[in-house]
Every structure is written in structure tokens, then in C-alpha cells.
Design a protein around this ligand. Structure first.
Ligand SMILES: *Cc1c(COP(=O)(O)O)cnc(C)c1O
Length: 375
């Protein structure tokens, strides 16, 4: 069986974990945490980076930093992971879902402005499959109405909008190092703070509402409880693992991009003939090869293709069920039909993509897809 995902190890993970353990400092915010955070700040032009235990946690920190409270409204796509919405729901926000684009699962920037009210606090964009949302258009709407932009860049490491790294553009942004992402630490995440007004408070929220970070830097001579917060920082053991991955990001990305490109060239002609769609990367975005998906013609076609591939030993999977139709949210939704969101929920199929996927396996998978469409 060719699995959907296989976590890739560079080989240095356990070496660095041993180093962390031997150093005697294994709680958070030590040397490996610093290395990882500096990497994000220096490589991607992020003002301040903080490691978190997950992207979900980083999103929850965003909601705390923006002081989201009962009745505030937050606009985001419905075609996303639950955490994008849940982080704000936990603070009492009302989620207002926007539809996806015609040619991409990303939020349709032309559908945002009509959803803004005097209660709107933020727009959360999700760079689906590591492909950039139209950030100039979104920032100009946000600036006009004086609201914040958060990038859920969980899938978007090492990807760019024009010449700016994803995660460095919104006021705040979040990354994930879950084992299904390009760069992993089992569970893990990062909060990127690009608007300086949030830097000081972000460290306090990160450290259980205390000013311990400033204390460790020697800026104050005792630390205590100064704000609300929680335990959002991972241990050095996680950071050590993550550092072994970040050190090899160039090689990891090259390999993934080459796999992605091979899929595209294997499937291009068939897709044109059978009218299923391959991913479209807009001119303003790079492709970080987080995911290779196809868009089947119908839901029924997708269901049949999944079971056909399964019989042939290939594990292909569908993706998000629209959040506005979820069991938790359906009665809270305002009833607007989100046509494209539902299309992606019904028709999008993800193919196996991981570092160790071989060229022969890609050819085999593509041949099976071809065999399916030929009968
Ligand atoms: C993976 C993912 C998350 C959640 O990341 P965790 O690190 O598992 O919390 C959130 N949003 C999107 C878009 C994701 O793909």
C-alpha cells in the first residue's frame, strides 16, 4: 500500500534531542527554541516568532492578542480546518464564512467586503496547499475598514506572495509542524508577529500571563502575573526535533517540489482529456508543494476513484467538509450558500505526497488514475 503520508526524518532529530537532554535544560524557550525562532525571523522577514505546541495554539494566541470577545465578528473561509474557526469561537466570536475562489480553494477576496460590519474585528485567510491568497486585495480591504488580518499559514512554510514570505504579511500569522506538514515536529506550531504593537504582550500570553521572558533577558528583576495567558510554549525536546528539520528545509522543499512537478506532468494530458482539474497556482504565488490534489468532475466520480485507488494499493483522501455545514456550526450559519466551498468539499481529492515517494510510485499512481478514467 502507498500511504497518503509518511513523516520524513532527516536523521539528526534524535541527536539534537540527546543534546537538549544532556544540556539539562528541557523546558521551553532554550537554545533550540531560539534557533528555530531566529530561523523564521531571518529567513522569512517575520518581526517576532514564537514556537507553540501547535498551530491551533498559535491561533488561540491570535484571538487573545486581538482581545476577541463575545459578539465580535471574524471573517474566514469555510473550506478550512476546524482550528481556524475554533480558536475564535473559544473567545465568543461570531464566525462569518466567506466562499472560496472559482479556481482555488482559497478565500475569494471579492466576497469579503460585503460581509464586513461594525462588529468585524479580523479576517483570517488560509493559504490552502501553501498557495497564497491575494494579499494586496485583502490588506487593502482590511486597511480601509481598520481590521486585522491573520494568516493561517499552517500549510504555507517557504511559500511566497510576490516577493514576501507567507506568514510575514498579516498582522499575525500561524504555522503548523504537525506530522502531515512539510516541516514537522510531531505536533508543533509557531506564531508570527508582524505588527510590533503585539510583540510584548505575545510573550506574556505565551508564558502563562507572566513576564518571565523579559525576566530571563534581564530586563526586569522579578517576574509575576501581569495578564491572561496559558502554557503555549513547547519543550526543548520538540524544538530540537524541529531544528533538525529546519536545517534541511532546502533539500526537503526541492524534493517535494520535484514530486509535485512529476505528478503534474504525468497527469496533464489525461486531465485535459477527461476534464478533471489539476491545481492552479496564481501568478502572484509560489508553490511550496505541500499538497497535490485533483478536482474530480463529481462527488460520485471522486468516491469511485478513491475506492478504485484503494483496490490498487494507493491511499488517496478527500479533504475538508465545509465548516458552515458542520454539525457544530450548521444552525449558527446565516444560511448563505457557499457554492465553491461545497464544490471543493465534494470533489477535491488529495494524492500521496511525501519526501520518500519514488518516481516509480508516482508513475504507478498516475497510471492507475488513467486506468480509472479510461473505463
Ligand atoms: C494543519 C492545519 C491546522 C492545525 O495545525 P495543528 O498544528 O495540528 O494545530 C490549522 N489550519 C490549517 C489550515 C491546517 O492545515
Amino acid at each position: 500500500m502507498i500511504p497518503f503520508n509518511k513523516p520524513f526524518l532527516t536523521g539528526k532529530e534524535t541527536t539534537y534531542i540527546e543534546e537538549a537532554v544532556a544540556s539539562g535544560k528541557i523546558s521551553g524557550n532554550g537554545i533550540f527554541t531560539q534557533k528555530c525562532q531566529n530561523f523564521f525571523e531571518e529567513t522569512y522577514g517575520i518581526k517576532k516568532a514564537l514556537l507553540t505546541t501547535s498551530c491551533t495554539d498559535a491561533l488561540e494566541m491570535c484571538a487573545l492578542l486581538l482581545n476577541i470577545k463575545e459578539g465580535d465578528e471574524v471573517i474566514m473561509p469555510s473550506y478550512t480546518f476546524v482550528s481556524t474557526a475554533n480558536a475564535f469561537v473559544l473567545r465568543g466570536a461570531k464566525i462569518v464564512f466567506a466562499d472560496s475562489k472559482l479556481d482555488h480553494p482559497n478565500i475569494d477576496e471579492t466576497k469579503i467586503e460585503s460581509l464586513i460590519t461594525f462588529k468585524t474585528k479580523a479576517i483570517v485567510v488560509v493559504h490552502y496547499a501553501g498557495c497564497a491568497c491575494d494579499m494586496d486585495a485583502i490588506l487593502s480591504i482590511a486597511n480601509k475598514h481598520n481590521i486585522f488580518v491573520i494568516e493561517d499559514a499552517a500549510q504555507a512554510i517557504d511559500s511566497y506572495y510576490k516577493d514576501r514570505a507567507l506568514g510575514s504579511i498579516g498582522h499575525l500569522a500561524t504555522f503548523s509542524f504537525h506530522e502531515t506538514k512539510n516541516i514537522i515536529s510531531g505536533e508543533g506550531g509557531l506564531l508570527a508577529i508582524n505588527d510590533e504593537q503585539f510583540i510584548e504582550r505575545s510573550e506574556i500570553i505565551w508564558e502563562k500571563g507572566t513576564n518571565r521572558s523579559a525576566f530571563f533577558r534581564g530586563e526586569i528583576n522579578k517576574y509575576g502575573w501581569v495578564d491572561i495567558g496559558s502554557s503555549f510554549l513547547p519543550s526543548e525536546i520538540i524544538a530540537a526535533f524541529l531544528w533538525a528539520q529546519l536545517e534541511n528545509i532546502t533539500e526537503i522543499q526541492e524534493q517535494r517540489i520535484s514530486i509535485w512537478s512529476q505528478y503534474e506532468s504525468e497527469l496533464k494530458t489525461l486531465a485535459e482529456k477527461k476534464q478533471f482539474r489539476l491545481p492552479i497556482t496564481p501568478k502572484y504565488s509560489t508553490n511550496n508543494a505541500h499538497m497535490f490534489y485533483i478536482l474530480c468532475n463529481t462527488n460520485e466520480e471522486r468516491t469511485k476513484l478513491i475506492s478504485f485507488l484503494k483496490e490498487k494499493g494507493v491511499h488517496a483522501v478527500f479533504h475538508y467538509l465545509s465548516l458552515h455545514k458542520s454539525e457544530y456550526f450548521k444552525l449558527k450559519h446565516d444560511g448563505r450558500k457557499l457554492y465553491m466551498t461545497e464544490e471543493y468539499s465534494n470533489r477535491l481529492l488529495r494524492l500521496p505526497l511525501y519526501y520518500k515517494l519514488t518516481s516509480e510510485e508516482i508513475i504507478y499512481i498516475s497510471q492507475q488514475i488513467s486506468a480509472f478514467y479510461e473505463h
